[in-house]
Design a protein around this ligand. Structure first.
Ligand code: DX5
Ligand code: ZN
Length: 261
């Protein structure tokens, strides 16, 4: 997530993770759906002209029915709206898809995963918020873990990505992966680090217990490979050494917005 990047220098900040992050996660906030204001369509359009990394727009806005399709139209590869804000989620997901983007649906921490039970055929990604949306740098909410697990059950064999967003770091990512998430959004853990590219690419070898194994060697292609629920990344408990775990194995169906293991 570029939410923790330097907003006065966004293009260069995006360049810092080019080739490392599979996606750029752009948090659009309107100061109504969430108590914060970030950026909107003109900035996304400008970024799209500059970057080659695919853009994943996370719309934390009211009335996404009105605004979301335009993000797909200008070239975002993925557009996620919040179920809590959408008036006609089925129609909206179809509109996003018809513009050639992946359609994602986000859930705030208190919104039950089962609200999506009738939507699975209409969407390409489920976003489980692991903080209250609005700000970067918050602590991970553990209640997200059983929600991820439930979402993975709901997805079954469908080709739907399962994204977790908020407080994702080396100390929380493995729990999310084990529960079934396969797309990881990290803002402060990436742009708050001294080396954002390295933060996207490699977990710390100094903390083997928190080192998710099976990080893909990583190309942008991993963002478009098909997902298989069986293709979970191997965890540190089932893999070899931490060194082996970093960057040498590439389970299919494993992708991330900023982190990619
Ligand atoms: C929060 C945003 C997140 C956030 C993640 O509302 O949706 O994408 O930027 O930031 P960290 O990783 O710092 O929690
Ligand atoms: Zn986000």
């Amino acid at each position: 997530s570029i939410l923790s990047a330097d907003f006065a220098d966004l293009a260069r900040e995006c360049d810092r993770v080019a080739g490392s992050a599979d996606w750029l996660h752009v948090d659009v906030m309107d100061n109504h759906f969430v108590p914060n204001l970030t950026l909107g369509l003109p900035v996304v359009e400008a970024l799209l002209r500059h970057v080659s990394t695919p853009v994943d727009c996370h719309l934390m806005i009211q009335d996404p029915d009105r605004w979301a399709p335009a993000y797909a139209e200008v070239g975002a590869g993925s557009v996620t709206f919040h179920l809590e804000a959408a008036h006609a989620p089925v129609r909206l997901a179809r509109e996003i898809r018809s513009q050639g983007a992946r359609a994602g649906v986000g859930l705030k921490p208190a919104t039950p995963v089962d609200s999506l039970v009738d939507l699975v055929d209409e969407i390409d990604m489920i976003l489980i918020m692991s903080v209250e949306p609005g700000f970067g740098g918050q602590s991970f909410l553990e209640l997200a873990v059983p929600k991820i697990r439930r979402a993975r059950e709901l997805i079954g064999g469908a080709d739907i990505w399962l994204q977790v967003d908020g407080g994702v770091s080396e100390s929380t990512i493995e729990r999310c992966a084990e529960a079934g998430a396969d797309v990881f959004v990290a803002g402060s853990a990436v742009f708050g680090s001294g080396d954002p590219a390295a933060a996207c690419s490699a977990p710390s070898s100094s903390n083997p217990a928190a080192t998710p194994a099976g990080r893909p060697a990583g190309t942008r292609n991993s963002a478009t490979t098909s997902s298989s629920p069986a293709a979970r990344p191997r965890t540190s408990s089932s893999s070899g050494t931490p060194a082996e775990a970093v960057g040498t194995k590439k389970p299919s169906g494993w992708r991330a917005s900023c982190f990619r293991w």
